[in-house]
Design a protein around this ligand. Structure first.
Ligand code: IVH
Length: 677
């Protein structure tokens, strides 16, 4: 087999798993690279181009189980570029061709429609006399699958056109995709049900749309955006520009993308690309590039098509969010509460704009679900600012010497016993604060901003303080003096003094912060605050039995147990005494007769999610709490309002499910202003 045949075969295989099976075996970037290689070879040797080359068609044969639909006008693909120079070359070719065939001045800039390249599945919808009659997938470009029943379930698809003057026959083309929130929520549900998860939103949209049972499609949060037209009867002419046609489609009831712009010249296209690259991670859906289209239909017509794609459009792709790499080893890390978490050490790979060499594997269940072995080739995904994740093992590439991952029997740090508690997925080192890894994490938590807020102690310093034996538990921090600090690596007199004054300053705190900083399992900021508000004084908490702990809002039986145990442990109590003796202090109060009782938001429970623009989530939380509100971290039936910013995720889905009222940023600000008025 020649190298050319190998590439073609690989592309055919990837095409099949991607388009037919909805089960991509390799990341898009790998596919694009192979296609580029094929195109380069074929360009240099046109005599080698065969009719069955993957470069000569789009997608692959549709599955036999749906009725077939022949597209009146083939549904083509787009050529890709990966950098600005190649984009400028595209523009130059366009201008040169128009100059040659239409004598259009070479230096006259082209008007382009700029559109996000939505990462979903292409569909064609045919309307007769304004009624939706057929919907089809792209399939191999000439013939697709009849998915009319499924498409009818999408809210964003008009079943009957609105307005008037639409052509008797109108074929609208566009992308069906799944917004990120829906994708995350669906995968969470699938994990809970022990079912196979989807790799990415594109693959989820395809899988959801190609369900033989359209009732399943109906439950999936799919959307459709129109991006072009196909066959159109001629009696009522459409506008002569692509951009205006899409706005006409919007008038007739279609969703079009809100980011779409019309610009003049390729420089403006480059600016648009840059702007969207920044915006990308804040969009509610995934895009994998920008599509630039010559706006004038007359010019499009004269530019025409090549085998695979139009000459008047191009996709400028973003750096890939999925890449393939190898698992070199799996290590286990110990967290603050003793949870032993597997981490994959990877052959470094550039993905989602950064080099990634580690990815969390969460727990042994996840390793089993992925069927991950050491030495495996895996697909790593990093979308937005999210932590890199291993989403799939490429089983076809597993080598005979791939090793099964064994759960550790002892703690990787202190060699103490590791246990798995009933109903828990995590393995846990039971050595508590005699495990160095847990002490380091406990101290890191103690000094963190939302806890005691002690500046100047990074991971390295904490590690060296613990390993040298100078700090055995959190209270030892307050016993450090200048001599001890200066003896540390990379600690000069100035930083030592800064640290000492930070330690000093942190001693005046609040009961809520102090409780949070102790790192009691399951006691996050919100619970710490509830405890402080409920009991008012530390002694009351120490004396509380399970029953009285259960009376605190937000505290259930498990949390109550954890708190009770924490405060009945003699070693813990000794550390707390020591902290207080060393000067850590906070105002205590009697919760019964404080003003807290009369605050306007008393008994109102908020949850905040997504990216806010005017304040940080943290600031808003404090503002709400100052008005007496409770701010919880998860949505439940007890939640009164969800404040949802940009890119809100599964919390928004849950709130909608539970019919919890959702406020945007300005609405909550308004509510606060009214309450204070
Ligand atoms: S135009 C002849 N516009 O990208 C032009 N395509 O590789 C056909 N896509 O099959 C496509 N967003 O699934 C166009 N704004 C957009 C798009 C878009 C996503 C997809 C579409 C197409 C593929 C081309």
């Amino acid at each position: 087999m020649t190298q050319l045949d190998v590439i073609k075969d690989q592309l055919r295989e990837h095409n099949h798993s991607y388009y037919i099976l909805d089960d991509p075996r390799v990341p898009d970037a790998e596919y694009d690279r192979l296609m580029q290689q094929l195109l380069t070879i074929e360009k240099a040797n046109p005599q080698w181009v065969t009719a069955d080359s993957p470069s000569q068609r789009v997608g692959d044969k549709p599955l036999e189980s749906f009725k077939q639909v022949t597209h009146a006008i083939p549904m083509l693909s787009l050529d890709n570029v990966f950098n600005g120079d190649d984009l400028c070359d595209f523009d130059r070719r366009v201008r040169e061709r128009l100059n040659k065939y239409l004598q259009r001045p070479l230096d006259q800039p082209i008007a382009y429609a700029c559109e996000p390249k939505l990462d979903g599945i292409a569909v064609s919808l045919t309307y007769e006399k304004g009624m939706l009659v057929t919907a089809a997938t792209r399939g191999d470009g000439s013939r697709g699958e009849d998915i009319t029943q499924n498409i009818r379930t999408l809210d964003s698809v008009p079943l009957r056109l609105i307005g008037k003057n639409w052509p008797e026959t109108l074929e609208v083309r566009g992308e069906v995709y799944m917004p990120s929130v829906g994708f995350e929520a669906l995968n969470t549900k699938l994990v809970e049900q022990g079912l196979k998860t989807y790799v990415n939103p594109r693959n989820t949209a395809a899988g959801s749309l190609r369900q033989l049972d359209s009732r399943i499609t109906a439950q999936r949060p799919l959307e459709m955006c129109a991006y072009s037209i196909g066959l159109v009867s001629e009696e009522s002419p459409l506008p002569p520009q692509h951009f205006d046609i899409l706005h006409q489609l919007q008038v007739w009831g279609f969703k079009i993308n809100a980011e779409m712009r019309r610009v003049l010249g390729i420089e403006a296209c480059l600016d648009y690309y840059q702007a969207l690259a920044v915006k990308r991670s804040h969009l509610a859906y995934e895009i994998d590039g920008i599509v630039f289209k010559v706006d004038e239909l007359e010019l499009q017509k004269s530019l025409g098509f090549v085998a695979r794609a139009p000459r008047w459009a191009i996709a400028h792709k973003f750096p890939a969010q999925e890449e393939m790499t190898r698992v070199l080893k799996v290590e286990f890390q110990v967290g603050r509460t003793g949870a032993v978490t597997p981490v994959a050490r990877l052959e470094p790979v550039f993905v989602g704009g950064v080099t990634v060499s580690n990815a969390t594997l969460h727990n042994m269940d996840e390793i089993q679900r992925l069927d991950l072995h050491i030495g495996d080739t895996v697909i790593v995904r990093r979308a937005g600012d999210v932590i890199p994740k291993v989403v799939k093992v490429v089983l076809e590439r597993r080598q005979a010497n791939a090793q099964v991952v064994e759960a550790p029997l002892t703690c990787p740090k202190c060699k103490g016993p590791v246990e798995r508690e009933d109903g828990e997925t995590a393995l846990r080192c039971v050595n508590g604060l005699s495990c160095a890894a847990q002490i380091v994490q406990a101290i890191k938590h103690f000094v963190s901003r939302k806890a005691m807020d002690i500046d100047g102690l990074g991971e390295k310093q904490v590690q060296s303080l613990v390993e040298s034996g100078r700090v055995k538990h959190i209270a030892d921090l307050y016993a450090l003096d200048q001599t001890a600090l200066i003896a540390m690596d990379r600690m000069g007199e100035k930083s030592a003094n800064n640290l000492l004054s930070a330690l000093q300053k942190s001693k005046s705190t609040s009961l809520a912060k102090f409780l949070f900083s102790l790192g009691i399992r399951e006691v996050g900021e919100a619970t710490a605050r509830s405890l402080a508000l409920h009991f008012g004084a530390l002694d009351n908490i120490k004396a509380a039995d399970i029953q009285s702990l259960l009376a605190v809002e937000d505290v259930g039986p498990i949390v109550a147990q954890r708190i009770f145990h924490f405060f009945t442990d003699n070693e813990t109590l000794a550390v707390i005494d020591k902290l207080q003796n060393l000067g850590v202090t906070w105002p205590e109060f009697d919760p019964v007769d404080t003003e807290q009782q009369n605050l306007p938001f008393k008994d109102i429970c908020f949850v905040i999610t997504g990216t806010l623009t005017s304040v940080s989530r943290e600031e808003l939380k404090i503002q709400l709490q100052e008005l007496g509100a409770k701010v919880a971290s998860s949505v439940s039936k007890k939640t009164d309002y969800l404040v949802a910013g940009d890119k809100a995720g599964s919390k928004l889905v849950k709130a909608l499910d539970l019919k919890v009222p959702v406020l945007d940023e300005s609405q909550v600000q308004m509510m606060m202003a009214n309450a204070q008025a």
